[in-house]
Write a protein that binds this ligand. Sequence first.
Ligand code: 5GP
Length: 190
Amino acid sequence: MHFKYNFYIYRMKAQVADLNFELLISYDKIEKRIKALAALINADYKGRTPVLVGVLNGSFLFTADLIKEIDIPVEVTFTKLASYFGGISSTRKIRDDFDLTINIKGRDIILVEDIVDTGNTLHYLIDKLKVREPASITVCSMLLKPKALESTINELKYVGFEIENEFVVGYGLDYKELGRNLRGIYRKIS
Ligand code: 5GP
């Protein structure tokens, strides 16, 4: 039983619903990169108390791991948007599932995203939050697909890993709501 559990954590391949995936980024690499991102945030926001806004669902693990490495005072809250609706490519429709519950006027906001693909979701969210007059907005995304990005996002200051234009699951990211519990990030092979 113990062996089986370890095998699941470190496996190189994974089947999620009807698709097959292979390991792209191990959890060891993710952990190291998160420490580096948090070090940048600790330095950049020294003397301030930023609000980390996790964008659900995909960023729940990343937000949790990131906040543990931040050693300046920080608040955390969540908002929920959906743009993929269970497929493997963007529908370009964004659904607002739930809004922030705090007043962000005058606050330094760090949006925590799972992945930036076309960038449409992020543009939508940034425009929506800017109206509420925060002191600043930056974005920390675990993944970025530079070749899919349709326009520059000036606020995108912290990026974990740049990846090719391919569909990935794991570490919070889903396919048909499954695969979020995989420790590493896996890319679709068939
Ligand atoms: P964008 O608006 O930048 O095109 O898409 C952003 C959202 O699409 C992400 O927050 C995520 O929910 C979803 N997404 C984009 N690429 C992928 C991917 O490779 N895998 C998964 N699971 N979701 C993705």
